[in-house]
Design a protein around this ligand. Structure first.
Ligand code: MN
Ligand code: MN
Length: 496
C-alpha cells in the first residue's frame, strides 16, 4: 500500500541520524557550520512553511521555466528591446551585469548549507535553493545573450564580475563574502533573512511593477519568476535567526546590522539608479525612497520586532541617507560615466522637479550639480563627452569599495582608521564599524586608489578605464542622449 504524502514527507526532507563512530562536531565543524555550535537536538525543531519535496520542486520549476520561455518567444527579440527608452535599457544593463553571476555565487553558498546546515530540513531546502540560484543565473544570461550582437554593452551581463571595473570590485567584495565565504549560519542571516527577505522585493517585485508600466514584459516576467523561488528559499533565514536569537541574540543582531548596511549600499546603486534616474519620467509612480519605505523599512522593521531584534544602531543615519546616498553616487557615476558599462541620462528640468518634490529636504543640495553639468553641455555642444567628465580618479571606501559618497554635498561623512600600520578610509561610520569588527576579513583588500598608488593600475583615467577596467569606446558609458536634449538649448549669445 502506498504511503500518503504526510507519511513519507519528513522522512524525505528531514533526515537526520545519530553518529556512532564519529563525533557530531567532526561532521559539522564550527568553522564550516557556523556558530552558535549546538547539538543537533537543539536544531531538531527547525522547520519552514513550504515543505517541498524534490518531485514537487521539479514539476513546479518546469512550469515556471516554460512560462518564462513563452514570454521570451513572444517579446524577447532584439526588435522588442529596440523599442525601449535608452535610459531604461541602462537599468536593464545594470541589473543584468550585477545580478546573474552573484546568483551563481549564491549556488555555492546554498551548497555549503546543503552539506553543513545543522538540520536535515535545512539541508534539503538549501539543496533546492542551490538549484534555484542556478536558474537565476541561467535565465538572464539566456534572455540577454541575443542582445550582445546588437549592443556590446550587454556583453557585460557575463563580463562584469570577471573584470577589475570599480563596480565589479565593489560587487565582488560584497558578493564573495556574502555568498562564497560565509558559513551557513551567517549565510542564512545575511542572504536569506536580510538580503532576500529585506531587500530583494525591491528589485524583483517593486521594479517588476515599474517594468510593467514601462512595457518591458520580458524583464517583468523574468524577475517575477525568480522572485517566486526567492520567496521559498528565503524561509531558511527566519528559521535560522530564531535559533541564533535563542542562544546568542547579540551575534544575530551583529549579523543583521552588518548585512543590512552592506545590502543597503548595493541596492541603493542598483535599484536606486533604476527607479529615480533610468525609468522614463512618464512611467514613474513612486520614488526609490517611497519604495524603500514601503518594501523595506515597514516590512523589515516588523520582521525584526517579531524576532525580538532591534533596528540597526545606525538607523537615524540610514534614514537620512535615503534622501542622499543614491543621488550622490548617481552624480558621481554620471560625472565618471566612462568608468561604467551603461549609459546615464542627464536629468531634465522636469525630472529634477519630480526629484525636488520627492526629496524636499535634500534635493536643493543636488540641483546645482545638474545645473552646472547642463551649463557645460551648453558650452561644449552635443557629442563632446569629456567636457562634462571627471578626469582624476576619485576615492573609494575601504569597506564597501564604492565611491566615498555617504555624506551630503555639505557634510563629508568619510572617516579614517589606522590598522596594522596602514591607514584606511571609509565612506561612513557603519562601514568603519564593520571593518573594525572583522579586520582580518578586510584589511588585506586594496581599493582602486590603493592599486593605483601601488603601481598595479594606471593613474591616467583613460588608461585606467581601458587597460584596468576593461572598457573601450564601444562599451564605456556615455550620456544616454550624447548631450542632445531638446531642453538643453545653447546659451544665449552662443555661436552654436
Ligand atoms: Mn536568486
Ligand atoms: Mn536567493
Amino acid at each position: 500500500m502506498l504511503l500518503k504524502r504526510h507519511e513519507w514527507l519528513d522522512l524525505a526532507r528531514k533526515l537526520d541520524w545519530q553518529y556512532s563512530y564519529v563525533a557530531e562536531r567532526d561532521v559539522f565543524p564550527e568553522a564550516m557550520s557556523g556558530r552558535p555550535w549546538l547539538e543537533h537536538a537543539e536544531w531538531s525543531d527547525w522547520d519552514e512553511p513550504y515543505r517541498t519535496s524534490y518531485a514537487e520542486y521539479v514539476a513546479t520549476q518546469h512550469e515556471k521555466e516554460a512560462a518564462v520561455h513563452a514570454v521570451r518567444d513572444a517579446v524577447g527579440r532584439v526588435a522588442d528591446f529596440e523599442r525601449h527608452d535608452r535610459a531604461w535599457l541602462s537599468a536593464l544593463k545594470l541589473h543584468a551585469a550585477t545580478l546573474p553571476l552573484a546568483e551563481f555565487a549564491a549556488v555555492v553558498g546554498n551548497l555549503r548549507a546543503a552539506r553543513f546546515g545543522r538540520d536535515g530540513a535545512w539541508r534539503t531546502m538549501a539543496t533546492l535553493g542551490a538549484l534555484d540560484e542556478l536558474r537565476h543565473t541561467q535565465i538572464p544570461l539566456t534572455v540577454l545573450h541575443d542582445l550582445v550582437a546588437w549592443d556590446p554593452q550587454f556583453d557585460w551581463t557575463h563580463r562584469l564580475f570577471h573584470t577589475n571595473e570599480w563596480v565589479a570590485i565593489a560587487a565582488r567584495h560584497f558578493a564573495d563574502e556574502l555568498l562564497l565565504l560565509s558559513n551557513p549560519v551567517e549565510f542564512a542571516v545575511a542572504t536569506h533573512f536580510v538580503f532576500e527577505t529585506g531587500f530583494t522585493n525591491l528589485q524583483f517585485v517593486a521594479l517588476s511593477a515599474v517594468a510593467h508600466a514601462v512595457g518591458d514584459r520580458m524583464f517583468e516576467k523574468m524577475v517575477q519568476s525568480i522572485q517566486t523561488d526567492e520567496a521559498r528559499h528565503a524561509q531558511i533565514g527566519g528559521a535560522v535567526v530564531k535559533k541564533v536569537c535563542e542562544h546568542d541574540r547579540a551575534y544575530a543582531q551583529y549579523l543583521v546590522d552588518k548585512w543590512f548596511w552592506r545590502s543597503w549600499h548595493f541596492f541603493a546603486v542598483v535599484t536606486g539608479f533604476a527607479m529615480d534616474y533610468l525609468t522614463p519620467l512618464t512611467h514613474r509612480k513612486s520614488s526609490f525612497r517611497e519604495f524603500m519605505q514601503e518594501w523595506v523599512l515597514e516590512q523589515f522593521e516588523r520582521t525584526l520586532r517579531d524576532y525580538g531584534l532591534e533596528r540597526p544602531w545606525y538607523w537615524d543615519e540610514f534614514e537620512r541617507s535615503l534622501g542622499y546616498y543614491h543621488h550622490q553616487v548617481y552624480a558621481s557615476a554620471y560625472s565618471y560615466r566612462a568608468t561604467v558599462w551603461f549609459d546615464l541620462p542627464l536629468p531634465s528640468p522636469a525630472e529634477r522637479a519630480w526629484l525636488a518634490e520627492k526629496y524636499p529636504e535634500s534635493w536643493a543640495d543636488f540641483a546645482p550639480i545638474w545645473e552646472r553639468v547642463s551649463d557645460r553641455w551648453r558650452a561644449s555642444g552635443p557629442g563632446i563627452e569629456w567636457y562634462t567628465h571627471g578626469v582624476t580618479p576619485v576615492g573609494f571606501c575601504s569597506l564597501c569599495q564604492l565611491v566615498l559618497s555617504a555624506g551630503t554635498p555639505r557634510k563629508n561623512s568619510a572617516c579614517v582608521r589606522d590598522h596594522g600600520g596602514r591607514r584606511y578610509i571609509f565612506c561612513s561610520a557603519p562601514c568603519a564599524w564593520i571593518f573594525e569588527h572583522e579586520p582580518e576579513r578586510y584589511a588585506a583588500h586594496h581599493t582602486v586608489v590603493d592599486r593605483i598608488l601601488a603601481g598595479e593600475a594606471p593613474a591616467n583615467l583613460i588608461a585606467l578605464v581601458r587597460d584596468y577596467f576593461g572598457l573601450d569606446e564601444a562599451t564605456w558609458g556615455k550620456d544616454s542622449s550624447r548631450g542632445r536634449y531638446p531642453w538643453l538649448a545653447p546659451a544665449v549669445g552662443s555661436a552654436k
